[in-house]
Design a protein around this ligand. Structure first.
Ligand SMILES: [Cu+2]
Length: 294
């Protein structure tokens, strides 16, 4: 069955290879490419497991079921139309068939459920974190907080960089680039505590295999351990309001020394406010968030 996954991955990669050449396809790590229909490259075990689960199990099952239903429809159309079959059968019941169409779907679900539960457990059982950060979904941007006991003690807002300001950030990607990225070290367990400040948002970064709801008044936790440096982009995945499509998530994974250097800089940059979250975005929309944090 894995050949389906490889075939699909190759089919997905083809347009982007044709469009940009193999080197550019490699550049696409961490964000989607124009014309891409496959998954982004996974940089955590969980992301690779999720993609493998779909490519090697779900996609073949979907394909087989779709083809099976297509064949059944074809048989109905061509063999049982009025002209081909003028005298219809009087059969209304077939015990074995009824047993089969109950048992077979149950077996398919069991086959899907076993690896699915294993994957869910891996996602939801948080290992001991090396770093904990907090991500808060707001209308319409994200805020990140770095706790004091991990050499942090600051928070900042991360808002989308508009196309007209593209020059202000390196490697600008429209709708994904942000002014302040969340920075974490490579090969470390990063726990992300996620909440919402106003409405329900969704925290999702595909190449990290992270997806969790950001619910006001509730702290959800997820984790990842990236084994490759780079910038990994995600987006809010809940229909949270008018600017839902404009609140990207950008996580920069760097080496441990680079992370420590960033912490020192970030502390100066963001913590002038007595350790309170620095609100870089519009103060009026940040009001609700303030109430929740205190
Ligand atoms: Cu949102």
């Amino acid at each position: 069955m894995p050949q389906f996954g490889r075939l699909r991955a190759r089919a997905a990669a083809l347009p982007m290879l044709l469009a940009a050449g193999a080197a550019r396809a490699e550049d696409g790590v961490g964000h989607p490419l124009p014309g891409q229909i496959g998954f982004q490259v996974g940089v955590t075990d969980i992301a690779r497991d999720i993609h493998g689960f779909y490519d090697n199990l779900l996609f073949p099952i979907i394909t087989v079921i779709s083809l099976f239903v297509l064949v059944l429809l074809g048989i109905c159309i061509f063999r049982f139309n009025e002209r081909a079959n003028p005298v219809p059968s009087k059969t209304t019941h077939h015990a074995m068939l009824e047993v089969a169409w109950t048992i077979v779907p149950v077996l398919i679900l069991v086959v899907i459920a076993i690896p699915s539960f294993r994957l869910l457990t891996k996602q939801l059982e948080l290992p001991k974190p090396d770093i904990t950060i907090k991500a808060t979904g707001k209308q319409w941007y994200w805020s990140y907080d770095y706790p004091k006991d991990q050499d942090g003690g600051f928070g900042f807002d991360s808002t989308r960089v508009e196309e007209k300001d593209a020059k202000t950030v390196p490697d600008f990607i429209n709708l994904l680039s942000v002014d302040n990225e969340a920075v974490v070290p490579v090969n470390k367990n990063i726990q992300v505590n996620v909440t919402g400040a106003d409405v329900i948002h969704g925290f999702i970064v595909q190449s990290l295999g992270v997806r969790i709801d950001a619910v006001p008044g509730r702290l959800n936790s997820t984790w990842f351990r990236a084994d490759r440096e780079g910038v990994y982009y995600g987006q809010c995945s809940k229909l949270c309001g008018k600017d839902h499509a404009y609140m990207p998530i950008a996580i920069r994974v760097v080496s441990q020394p680079a992370y420590e250097a960033w912490l020192q800089d970030a502390k100066k940059k963001y913590a002038q406010n007595g350790g309170q979250t620095v609100h870089l975005a519009d103060a009026s929309t940040a009001g609700a968030a303030d109430t929740l944090q205190r």
